[in-house]
Design a protein around this ligand. Structure first.
Ligand code: 0X9
Ligand code: ZN
Length: 314
């Protein structure tokens, strides 16, 4: 495992091996769980990471790789998982969080699409379910959640890259997330979904320009996260609601999570700003992951202080 190179992108077979190695190396801290199956029957896993505890723990959700071509998102989940399992001793905020919070992390959600982006089309975005007698393939999984489904910023045409599917949660990958997250919803403090690119921290909503109930607090937390990120590397992020600073879209996981009642729900759009776009060079993986970790640690720090009364310092 010490030989795993976190500064490279990895094909899915290597990620499956890595998943097993993480589980085996940290049985005290990590459980590996089955989330569900992809359309092409690949297993989707999520890690549960935290110190064992008798008390009921809160949940911090993170998913990566819902869009196939956004490889930096997957690389980030791997990096962040390593931070949690190997480096918590050197980070007070993470160390304290692991007492009270279980991190639920899906390293790759759209595995079929991810594989396809390695084998066939580097810029594939969607899943790989067939439609219209196999004349077109794939649903935009971030348009398929049961949240004002296919009303705005989504297409009912399977040839479109924003195809919303044949119904709310028609796709097995989306059903798997909705099922797990709904079953633990009262315990979730924060829902993060990782994308690229654009250097944005997006708040709800995408489907309407109306602010969410917790808009002001989320904005404050998001802005602090962006400031921390900039302190690390100078990279500038914009923070705001998706429909205001990016574009309107329905059926996103973040909006769905928000309406389920999560107090914090963000979409991260990682580097860059368009120079390389989805094809972010491997040389940028490390700095991107370091700055993004700092941003997310600042969110965790806020949650620690708010919910667990830990003036953690750091
Ligand atoms: O279009 C998307 O799904 C996201 N952008 S991406 O370039 N990564 O595809 C943005 C989603 C905007 N936020 C939500 N409304 N969830
Ligand atoms: Zn995306």
């Amino acid at each position: 495992l010490s030989s795993f190179d976190y500064t490279k992108y990895h094909p899915m077979n290597e990620i499956y091996t890595w998943i097993d190695q993480i589980k085996d190396a940290h049985p005290d801290l990590v459980t590996l769980n089955y989330l569900g199956s992809t359309y092409e029957t690949r297993p989707i896993y999520y890690f549960k990471i935290g110190f064992p505890s008798d008390k009921k723990k809160k949940i911090f959700w993170m998913d990566c790789g819902i869009h196939a071509r956004e490889w930096i998102s997957v690389a980030f989940c791997q990096w962040f998982i390593r931070e949690l399992v190997e480096r918590y001793n050197s980070n007070n905020v993470i160390n304290e969080a692991l007492e009270n919070i279980d991190f639920y992390i899906v390293p790759v959600l759209n595995i079929d699409g991810y594989v396809y982006s390695w084998t066939t089309d580097r810029f594939w975005r969607k899943s790989r379910s067939p439609h219209n007698n196999k004349t077109c393939y794939g649903v935009d999984l971030n348009r398929n959640f049961d949240s004002n489904w296919c009303t705005i910023g989504a297409s009912s045409d399977c040839n479109s890259i924003t195809f919303c599917g044949t119904g709310p949660a028609s796709e097995p990958e989306v059903r798997a997330v909705q099922q797990l997250v709904s079953s633990v919803k009262s315990d979730i403090l924060c829902f993060l979904t990782m994308h690229s690119y654009g250097q944005l921290i997006l708040l709800p909503y995408g489907y309407t320009k109306d602010p969410s109930v917790n808009h002001e607090e989320m904005l404050t937390v998001g802005q602090k996260a962006a400031a921390r990120l900039a302190q690390i590397s100078g990279t500038q992020y914009r923070v705001g609601s998706a429909s205001h600073i990016l574009y309107s879209n329905s059926g996103s996981s973040r909006d769905w999570a928000t309406d389920l009642g999560f107090p914090f729900s963000f979409t991260f759009e990682l580097r860059d700003n368009g120079t390389y776009g989805f094809a972010l060079p491997e040389g940028q993986i490390k700095p991107t992951c370091e700055e993004t970790t700092a941003a997310i640690v600042s969110i965790i720090e806020y949650l620690n202080e708010k919910h667990f009364n830990n003036a953690s310092g750091n």
